[in-house]
Structures are given as C-alpha cells and as structure tokens.
Design a protein around this ligand. Structure first.
Ligand code: URA
Length: 249
C-alpha cells in the first residue's frame, strides 16, 4: 500500500477539511510502468477528481519519462490542459517546453506533473459554457491531491525536482516554510531526500515577456540561473553558450 510519508503540512491541524484525503490506494509490486499505470487509473477514475471537472473535460495526470532525471511540478491544469488531459500544453506549457529545450533536453525526456489534478476555476461556468479564469488551488484541494503527486515522485525517483511557482513549493515543502517565491528560490531544498529547486512559474515568466525593466530582466535571469543549478545537480553537461545566455557586456 502506498502510505504518503508525513501528513500534508499545508493543512493546519485545527482546520476541518471538507475534501479530506483520497481513499487509500495500493499500487502493484513490479516495475515503474506497472505502478505508474495503476496510479494513473486511480487518479483518472477518482470520484472526487471527476466531480470537479465539467462534462467533456479531463482530470489531468502527469506525463513524461518514467526514468526522468528531472521532474517539473506545476500548480494546476488550465483550460488547455483540462481539454487535452495533459499538463502544461497551453501557453505556459510552450514556455516550459522552451525552457526544457534550453537545458538541452526534450519534453519526452523529463517528467511533468501538477499539485492539483483538476482545473480550479474562478467562478461557476455559465450555461453557455463561458468560463472565468483559473484561481489558485485552496489548501483543502491541494491536500486532497498531494498523495497523487507524492506517489508519482515515489515512482519516478528523479534526481532533481523543480517546483514551478509557490503552489508547488507549498505543496511539496509545506505552506508555512517560505513566505514568498523570492525566499524559496536560489538555494537547494529536499523533498524526501530528493534535491528540490524552486523557480518561477512559467505563467509568471510569460508576464515578464517583452518587459525591458531591470526587475523583469532579473526575474528571467534568476529563472535561468535556477535551471543551470538544476542541470549541474542532475549531472548534465553545460556549454559555455548555456552559461552565457544572460551575460551582459
Ligand atoms: N500551469 C500549471 O501549473 N500547470 C499546468 O499544467 C498548466 C499551467
């Protein structure tokens, strides 16, 4: 049986949780593929997850190489992801793909998952199908889905974890651990003994695109520094060109 290590620290002990935790699940003995397929079935058929997606939309499970050395973890699916049933396929996903490529990897060589398996919508969907935007997941929602991303990490056993944005940091390291993204990034942390680097979420980086301010340039430079640190930790080769991407002068 997969027993999630410590109880999620994101839920204050006193808070009553309305979603609770998923029914305990058992993954088969055997190779990674057997365990991953079993877990995927469990998540895609989970009644709580299914109850949170609209007809025709999909619960979203992780994708990628089961022997990936680098595993990226984001926040939650958006409109494109719930449509296609795959994490990071919209605009943020295209930027993530470019980041992965800049590291010298293909998307198919890494593993990509999310803290949440359904799209957290801002408000109710109107009868004509009009949707409002995404909202950040609640602590309750995160607590419900955490066993699923934890089990994926347990199966993949990547050499390095990359937490994309504050929700991923909070989910994996505890919401009480860092006040801001700025405090979380720039150094190494560990999740169950696996080195974890926090960096900016691709959606946040997209909002800096085209901006020439020193602050925006620093955010982009810092994000690349984070990825260089990940490459180093993962034992990947780093070319002079890669090191020099943001060097000036
Ligand atoms: N943002 C995320 O955090 N995850 C996705 O899958 C897409 C956008």
């Amino acid at each position: 049986m997969f027993a999630p290590p410590p109880p999620p620290r994101i839920v204050p002990a006193s808070a009553a949780s309305s979603l609770g935790t998923p029914p305990p699940f058992t993954l088969p003995e055997g190779d990674k593929a057997a365990r991953w397929n079993a877990l995927r079935d469990i998540v895609l058929n989970d009644a709580t997850c299914q109850a949170r997606v609209y007809a025709g939309k999909k619960v979203v499970f992780g994708v990628g190489h089961l022997d990936a050395t680098v595993m990226f973890i984001g926040e939650a699916p958006g409109a494109d992801e719930e449509e296609q049933g795959e994490p990071f396929v919209g605009r943020a996903g295209q930027l993530l793909n470019r980041m992965i490529k800049a590291m010298g990897l293909e998307r198919s060589q890494v593993y990509i998952g999310n803290i949440l398996n359904w799209r957290p919508e801002m408000g109710a969907r109107s009868p004509d199908g009009f949707q409002t935007g995404n909202r950040p997941p609640t602590l309750d929602e995160m607590a419900y889905c955490l066993p699923f991303i934890r089990a994926q990490i347990d199966i993949i056993q990547p050499r390095v974890l990359v937490a994309l944005g504050k929700t991923a940091v909070d989910g994996l390291l505890g919401a009480d651990r860092f006040k801001t993204m700025g405090a979380a990034r720039g150094s190494w942390h560990a999740y169950n003994g696996i080195p974890l680097r926090a960096t900016y979420h691709p959606s946040y980086l997209l909002r800096q695109e085209g901006l020439r301010s020193e602050a925006a340039l620093k955010i982009k430079r810092d994000a690349w520094e984070d990825l260089l640190a990940v490459m180093e930790k993962a034992g990947m080769p780093i070319s002079d060109k890669q090191r020099g991407y943001f060097k000036t002068g």
